[in-house]
Write a protein that binds this ligand. Structure first.
Ligand code: MTE
Length: 330
């Protein structure tokens, strides 16, 4: 599936995608034969049926019986939901390729057994099996907007639990200032991880105040079912007031630290994809406007004005009061 979009306000994905960061970087890596890998990925045929891939996943996922869960009425939408077949087939997951149609490649990921580590500044480091963790967490459904830095957006039902519940479970020390999350590493199944010019593993970070804000959520389900692999199974972050690249997928590790981490995209291009990454229509990306977004709704694509903090200012604006000399919207 290749989604073609018009020019004008509608930014071509080829210009907006972080792939272009790679292209810039590639020009610096003179003499390295990097092109064919990407070209081969882009030409990958769209074979097989989505229905059967998702059915297989449900069979393989022992958490399927947990869903659907009750919806939390505090988190609803001002727009219709994005159709499930779009939200599960138009994705960013660079571990599986730097193009949008990675859902099929992502089925190679084995999500059981899956263990999660808690370490760094915690009372006691722990390694916990995913199903034991899920059994301890308070599951609920929330409807969230999702705004990618590339200027497309969707609205989706996540199931999961507040990140604060996980922080409490991990028992960080009082002087921990940041929570750092890390994606799995396995370049046998995630062939994008063979692309050595990316700083694998994918990591992301939040301040402790952000991580314990009521909106910060760990998604384990999507559309009333276990979350598909391409959307970040079995654990994926959802911080809807921030650009999509903060929503790290396939998490295996939560570390607490007093040093601000440098995240995956920040390391590649810190002037374009910063630590804070809060949505603001008035602060353009260095290479395109963020004033509008291309929303994927039930009637196709629709141009909508982008909102400050993606519409969640009431819950999060106070987190950033008093922060000086920082690009909090980049
Ligand atoms: N997490 C990992 N590990 N690798 C990625 O490439 N891409 C991010 C984010 N999480 C990414 C990731 C980006 S840029 C976006 S917009 C969202 O995932 C997309 O989430 P979705 O495909 O579920 O809509």
């Amino acid at each position: 599936m290749l989604i073609k979009i018009k020019r004008g306000w509608e930014l071509p994905d080829s210009a907006a995608t972080p792939e272009s960061v790679f292209m810039n970087r590639r020009t610096l890596l003179k003499g390295l034969a990097t092109g064919p890998l990407l070209a081969a990925g882009a030409a990958m045929p769209f074979a097989g049926g989505l229905g059967s891939a998702l059915a297989d996943e449900e069979q393989e996922d022992p958490s399927a019986h947990l869903y659907p869960v009750e919806q939390n009425p505090a988190y609803t939408l001002d727009r219709p939901l994005t159709p499930e077949d779009i939200a599960t087939t138009y994705n960013n997951y660079y571990e599986f390729g730097s193009y949008k149609e990675i859902w099929q490649e992502a089925q190679a990921l084995k999500i059981r057994p899956w263990t999660v580590e808690f370490d760094g500044m915690v009372e006691e480091p722990m390694t916990v099996a995913i199903d034991d963790l899920l059994a301890k967490m308070p599951l609920e459904e929330r409807l969230y907007r999702h705004r990618c830095v590339e200027a497309w957006s969707i609205a989706v039902p996540y199931s999961g639990f507040p990140l604060k519940a996980l922080v409490d479970f991990a028992r960080p020390l009082g002087d921990a200032k940041y929570l750092v999350m890390q994606t799995f590493e396995d370049d046998d199944v995630a062939q994008g991880q063979r692309q050595f010019w990316y700083p694998w593993p994918y990591i992301e970070g939040l301040t402790m105040a952000e991580a314990t804000n009521e909106l910060a959520f760990i998604a384990t389900g999507y559309y009333g079912k276990p979350i598909p692999k391409q959307n970040g199974a079995p654990l994926r972050l959802a911080v809807p007031w921030k650009y999509g690249f903060k929503h790290i997928k396939g998490i295996v590790r939560f570390s607490f630290t007093d040093e601000r981490p440098v995240s995956f995209w920040e390391e590649l291009a810190g002037n374009e994809y910063g630590f804070w990454a809060n949505v603001n229509p008035d602060v353009p990306h260095p290479r395109w406007s963020q004033a509008n977004e291309r929303f994927y709704g039930p009637d196709g694509q629709e141009r909508l004005p982008t909102q400050l903090y993606n519409g969640y200012a009431e819950q999060v604006a106070s987190l950033y009061e008093g922060i000086e000399n920082e690009l909090i919207f980049m």
